[in-house]
Design a protein around this ligand. Structure first.
Ligand code: SDX
Length: 425
């Protein structure tokens, strides 16, 4: 049963707001008629309580710490699925049958290579270019290679672009890494799985045989699954907003990569490790670090803590924390760093400042420790996040183009500038 709520202004204008309800989650007041009926806008900086679209891809309950991909709990996918199966699920809405899985995996394998000119393009960056700078530029440049399939109104063009992006991200990510290390670019090996191929692209050299490390592959598969999508986060909303103007998929994904780079978002995993390194190097106690994070006169924030939606534990953080334990037992790695992270986590969870603000460790808090244990350089941490999130971004981009209510995104504002005035003549 549809219901409405009534909005009235002090000046006596009013608007009937239809209440919309999805499968899960709170009701939404449909304010599309508000300005026409009552002459008012809504104000919601950061869109903390604004539903920008209807979506069937991912559901998050921040109070209960729930994350579902197409209805499946992230804990079950983390335990039983693999990244390409999750890609199929996010893109098409259903887990693939064995035949569909074989077909999808084979299509992805057919697109893992990039045009040879991409190698030259990446080689043109300075030796010390940040891999994210190379990634955002290269993905945007991909649109210059596929003029035959950039019609965003053609479902087949949208699908092949999605498949190309998923397939090529590991190749491009590894090229960004290898360029910054002065190492040769490896070609993909389609006899390997998606994640095995990525580890080979990243760590193999032409002079040596390479065998993927199953422990590293298992950890990376998990990280890729956990980061694949997350509702209307900043970078996904950026992809939708860029795509809503009709921008091609490669340009829209490049916009998402740019947004993800920020330390408040996907750049947090790199920022967490810099923070933990700084604590270790400075000899500062955890109590001193926590005091700085609470000090309103100090801009320092605890990287890896807090979340716009999760006001409980980030379910991905719990899963990653467990993987940290296993990996450090198997591979060794920075145990002192992990112990420091655990102490920081335990002390904040007991601290009223963080409890009152419902600030818990998020997915980025532990992922950096895993990536460091896998010998992935810190400058590549956000590239890893982008590689995983590409399927989420492109799934939302596709969904947006199939949405009958979709239109160009164009928020309004509260104007606080100078009142109208005449030019002094
Ligand atoms: C990701 O959206 C997504 O889904 C993102 C993501 C995804 O998968 O796409 O989950 C990935 O980006 C995870 C978040 C990674 N970022 C960080 O770890 C950076 C540190 N976290 C913060 O910058 C912050 O918590 C945000 C950006 C994540 C959330 O910011 P909000 O929701 O706008 O919260 P806020 O800035 O309004 O803070 C509320 C209060 C403030 O204190 P008061 O003014 O009320 O006194 O909490 C405080 C803040 O000062 N606070 C922190 C804090 N985060 C918030 N204090 C210390 N350390 C922190 N990390």
């Amino acid at each position: 049963m549809s219901s409405t709520s009534k909005f009235s202004t002090p000046g006596g204008k009013s608007s009937e707001l239809p209440m919309l309800k999805g499968t899960h989650g709170p009701e939404c007041a449909d304010v599309r008629g508000l300005y026409k009926d009552a002459g008012v806008f809504t104000y919601d900086p950061g869109y903390a309580t604004t539903a920008s679209c209807k979506s069937a891809i991912t559901f998050i309950d921040g109070d209960e710490g729930i994350l579902l991909y197409r209805g499946y709990p992230i804990e079950q996918l983390a335990e039983h699925s693999d990244y390409l199966e999750v890609c199929h699920l996010l893109m098409y809405g259903e887990l693939p049958t064995p035949e569909e899985s074989a077909k999808f995996n084979n299509i992805i394998k057919q697109h893992t290579m990039v045009h040879e000119n991409i190698r030259d393009f990446i080689s043109g960056f300075r030796y010390d270019a940040h891999p994210m700078a190379m990634l955002v530029g290269t993905v945007g440049a991909l649109s210059s290679f596929y003029h035959d399939s950039l019609d965003i109104n053609n479902p087949k063009h949208r699908e092949i672009s999605a498949q190309r992006l998923i397939a090529k991200m590991p190749t491009i990510a590894s090229y960004c890494h290898n360029h910054s290390r002065g190492l040769p670019f490896m070609y993909p090996d389609n006899t390997l799985s998606y994640v095995e191929n990525f580890t080979r692209l990243m760590f193999a050299v032409p002079a040596e045989q390479f065998e993927p490390n199953p422990v590293a592959v298992k950890a990376l598969e998990l990280i890729m699954i956990l980061h694949a999508d997350h509702e209307q986060n900043a970078s996904t909303s950026t992809v939708r907003l860029a795509g809503s103007s009709g921008a091609n998929p490669f340009a829209s994904i490049a916009a998402g990569i740019a947004s993800l780079w920020g330390p408040a978002h996907g750049g947090a995993n790199e920022a967490v490790m810099n923070m933990l390194d700084a604590i270790q190097d400075s000899g500062e106690t955890i109590d001193q670090t926590i005091a700085r994070a609470k000090d309103k006169n100090d801009p320092f924030r605890l990287m890896g803590f807090g979340h716009r939606v999760y006001k409980n534990f980030d379910p991905r953080a719990k899963i990653i924390q467990q993987m940290c334990h296993e990996l450090l037992d198997d591979l060794g790695g920075d145990q002192p760093m992990f112990d420091l992270a655990r102490e920081l986590e335990q002390k904040t969870l007991a601290d009223d400042y963080f409890k009152e603000r419902r600030l818990y460790p998020n997915v980025d808090f532990y992922s950096g420790i895993i990536l460091r244990a896998l010998d992935i350089p810190m400058s590549m941490f956000t590239v890893m996040f982008a590689m995983s999130r590409t399927v989420g971004w492109i799934s939302h981009w596709m969904e947006m183009h199939e949405d009958p209510e979709g239109r160009i995104g164009r928020p309004r504002q509260i104007y606080t500038g100078a009142a109208r005035r005449d030019y002094p003549v």
